[in-house]
Design a binder for this molecule. Sequence first.
Ligand code: SAM
Length: 283
Amino acid sequence: MTDMTGWSVERLHEDHAQALRVTSVLYDSETEHQRLRVIENPTFGRVLTLDGVVQVTERDNFIYHEMMTHVPLFAHGAAKRVLIVGGGDGGMAREALRHPLERVTMVEIDAGVVDFSKEYLPAISDGAFDDPRLDLVIADGAAFMRETEGGYDVIIVDSTDPVGPGEVLFTDHFYGLAKRALAPGGILVTQNGVPFMQPEELRGTMRAFSALFGDTTCYLATVPTYAGGPMAFGWGTDGLARETSPSDLAARVAASGLDFGYYSAAVHSAAFALPGYVARLLA
Ligand code: SAM
C-alpha cells in the first residue's frame, strides 16, 4: 500500500496497481497478524484492506459472497453443516445463513478483523454474528482443520491471498485435511484470486485438488475491486453435485424464495464455462 495524496494504491503486480480515492480513513492499525485499514471511497463505500490488499467493499461484496456460498449450497441441495475458513468480515456467513443450515462454523485467525468489521462494516455481516447457528472460532484455519471431527457438507476457504497468515491455506497438506473434513458428497470451494494476474495460484490449487477429488474444476465471477479480470473459485468434491440438472438447480433456487444481486441458476451454470486461458491452468 503506497498512498498518493488522497489515494489508496494497491500493487497487484510489479507493474500493475489499482488506486481508490480516499475520502476518509476510518480505521488504520496493526493487529498481531496484519495491517487493517478501512477507507471510504465514493464509488465502493467502505473498503477493508489487509496489508494494503482490498478484501471487501460495501458495494461489490455481494458478488463474491453470493458466488462462494450459493453455488456449492444449491449444487449440494441438502447441506446442513458448513465450515468457513477466514471470512472475518462476516459477509460469507451472512450469505450462507440465508439457507436452512443447522450450523455454520467460522474459523478466523484475526479477532481484530471480526471486531472492527462489526463496528466499521456492519452492513457486510448484517447480523450474521448474532445468528445462533453461527459458531465463531478464533484460530488458524490449518490448525483447526487438523483437529476438527469434520462432517461438513460445504467448506468455504474465504482467505486472504497466499501470503502471510493465508499462505498455509493454499498448501496440499491443508487441502488434504479439508478433504478429510468433508462429509460424503461434500464440496470444498476456495478463493483463488484473479487467474489473469495470479495464474500460478489457481494452477497450484487445481493440481492439488485433482490429486484429491474426483471432480475438480473452478468457476468464475467478476468482482470490480478484484482487478485484472474474473476471479476464480476452486471447486473440489467426490460427490455428484455438478451433475445437478439445470432444471433441478432452477427449481431449488426458486423454492428457496431467496433473491440475489448476482447469483441465479443460469449464472451458476455459466460460471463453470471457462475461457481457454483459465481452462489451460487446470490441465
Ligand atoms: N474476499 C477476500 C479475498 O478474496 O481476498 C477475503 C476476505 S476475508 C477478510 C479474509 C480473511 O482471511 C481475513 O479476515 C484474514 O484474517 C483471514 N485469514 C488469513 N489467514 C488465515 C488463516 N490461516 N486462518 C484463518 N483465517 C485466516
